[in-house]
Design a protein around this ligand. Sequence first.
Ligand SMILES: [Zn+2]
Ligand SMILES: [Zn+2]
Length: 181
Amino acid sequence: MTSKKKSVSVVPLGDVPEVDLQVIADHIIGCFKLTTQILPPMDPPEYALDERRLQYNAAIIIEMFESIHFSDHDKVIAVLNQDLFIPIFTHVFGEARQGGKCGLVSLYRLAKNPDGSTPPKSTIHERAAKVALHELGHLLDLLHCEHKKCLMHFSGGIDEVDEMSLDLCEYCSIYLQDKLR
Ligand SMILES: [Zn+2]
Ligand SMILES: [Zn+2]
């Protein structure tokens, strides 16, 4: 068994504002206590565009990412502006496979409230941090949690993202500590 701390890289796909990357990296460090590094941008995932839906297929992007060798990085959080979907949902804020290597965070739908109004920047940043930590939770083997305030609660709409907290419930927290040991 190795006690080496897991490290997470945050990588922008295309032109993602530096501040969003920094907020995500800071929350990974602060909330999950993991070593985090922001990598130089990679190309936006045009290969994953679904021409009929005009959205990007999250599974195709993750598959591509899982095939890349990121040396020294245990987990990768890719951040992009494109609207993501998986076939059973109209859209997703992020996507990751349980225990996988690479998770996605889409900023596309975070800058609008359910009533169409624009939230303050601080709200958008908090949402981005929640989605990123939630997907990283999946990469670290966490499943969805029924507690509405828990970071691992499933969010289908932005109101549910707002309702959940940046923290794991007691149960998920113990599970994660066990995984990171
Ligand atoms: Zn989830
Ligand atoms: Zn929980």
